[in-house]
Design a protein. Structure first.
Length: 103
């Protein structure tokens, strides 16, 4: 399994509560879509407006394209996109280089 981390950003402090509420009740179909796309051990952390996400996958470079083909993601992104910085109707994902790892 390869590790992959990326950053995202919320638009303002006004959307933090809604973003967190949506993720507390994310729904099984969104979770299944991520798993089908290859996401494993996926977590999102927040510091202010900045979001840090981490997941593991055999092919992390393909996960985002696979996820975009999942029909449920259009519904999910319709809820989350107004809260986040986006590009081409998808959340703006900024890959983060790994600078340290310890098993």
């Amino acid at each position: 399994m390869k590790r992959f981390a990326f950053a995202m950003k919320l638009k303002s402090e006004d959307v933090i509560e809604e973003y967190e509420r949506l993720h507390k009740d994310i729904g099984e179909e969104v979770i299944k879509a991520h798993k089908r796309a290859g996401f494993n051990n996926y977590s999102i952390y927040r510091m202010g407006l900045n979001l840090f996400a981490y997941f593991e996958s055999e092919e992390p470079e393909k996960c985002f394209d696979k996820l975009a083909t999942e029909p449920i993601m259009k519904e999910w992104w319709a809820k989350t996109n107004p809260l986040m910085e986006t590009k081409e109707n998808k959340p703006l994902f900024i890959p983060l280089p790994e600078v340290f790892h310890m098993d």
